[in-house]
Design a protein. Structure first.
Length: 329
């Protein structure tokens, strides 16, 4: 078992190595390969995702990708390394769970957002003449079918009962209409699932009102990105928000938070998102559900004991929190 470790920028360099240290407690024989990506890498090497990093990620198959900084304005030659990595590795489904954790967020929440990960507006094809700017939104039958299959399979495997398809087909009948229709066709093959659909604005309203009412949401790339961050607010914030980019030949564990330059270097960043992302890697990629459950329970036990980082109202640092998780293991 090999893991490509890309810490990235800012607090990624603090939380990712510590989370990997915890993982090695469960997997002593795990081989790790360190690689570079992000804004600092771009400034040093002229690319945010060097060829050597992409090669290491492909070779390992399993990746943890920390936070990266991005320029606030367009910089020639810069591309988001995580978006590029997802596409290069064929990680077509982004899994974003929101769970109620001890002392964090709201109670009674257990929802999963499955987001298509390779197309939509995220293909980054834009043009402008200075007065009019245009972005291309691309939705394909193949990508929609692939992510819908993943969502349905995950829902059934986890004993979930309801799938909500999110779209805006009333305004975009060709693109979002295609996504909706293909998702419905795939879901029809899973009679054990209750299937409904929501316009994305309605989904946002209902999610803000009652996140406990949702089970699995399936959405195109942009809508899934926005809704999953909204859902994270009810799970305790981005500091505890985990994700996994899942494909046929690779998987990328990705804590959702940013590089947080305001607290970088202070040793107080929250490692929970990285830890829970690695638990998803254990469960969905390495097929180690027992180890995944042990790691998740150790994180929950640590939070329940009142050991928390400052963003959750505690006083523990990154290292101290991970020490406590290891002790719980």
């Amino acid at each position: 078992m090999k893991l490509c470790v890309i810490s990235g920028d800012g607090i990624g360099r603090e939380v990712v190595p510590q989370a990997v240290r915890v993982l090695q407690t469960l997997l002593p024989a795990l081989q790790t390969v360190t690689a570079e990506a992000g804004w600092d890498t771009f400034r040093q090497q002229g690319t945010a995702l060097p060829a050597a990093t992409l090669a290491a990620a492909r070779d390992c198959g399993a990746v943890i990708f920390g936070a990266v900084s991005s320029p606030a304005h367009k910089v020639a030659g810069y591309r988001s390394p995580i978006v590029q990595l997802r596409r290069e590795l064929g990680c077509h489904a982004n899994l974003r769970p929101t769970l109620s954790l001890p002392g964090c967020g709201s109670a009674g929440i257990d929802l999963l957002i499955v987001r298509e990960n390779t197309e939509d507006l995220y293909i980054g094809e834009e043009q402008s003449d200075g007065d009019t700017a245009t972005a291309i939104k691309r939705i394909t039958r193949a990508a929609s079918q692939r992510v819908a299959q993943s969502a349905c399979q995950l829902a059934v495997a986890e004993g979930r009962q309801r799938l909500s398809i999110v779209h805006k087909a009333n305004i975009l009948p060709l693109t979002d209409g295609l996504f909706r229709d293909v998702a419905r066709q795939v879901a029809a093959e899973y009679p054990q699932l209750q299937v409904d659909e929501l316009l994305v604005d309605t989904a946002a309203l209902k999610l803000a009102q009652a996140p406990q009412a949702f089970d699995v949401l399936l959405a195109p790339n942009l809508y899934g990105d926005i809704l999953s961050d909204l859902a994270a607010a009810f799970g305790g914030g981005l500091g505890v928000a985990a994700s996994l980019n899942l494909g046929a030949t690779a998987a990328i564990a990705e804590p959702v938070h940013g590089s947080a330059p305001d607290i970088a270097g202070q040793g107080i960043a929250n490692p929970v998102a990285s830890l829970l992302s690695l638990a998803m890697l254990l469960r969905h990629w390495w097929q180690r559900p027992t180890l995944a459950a042990r790691l998740e329970q150790a994180v929950r036990a640590t939070l329940a004991a009142g050991i928390r980082t400052p963003d959750l109202g505690g006083a523990a640092g990154t290292v101290a929190f991970c020490d406590a998780v290891i002790a719980a293991l």
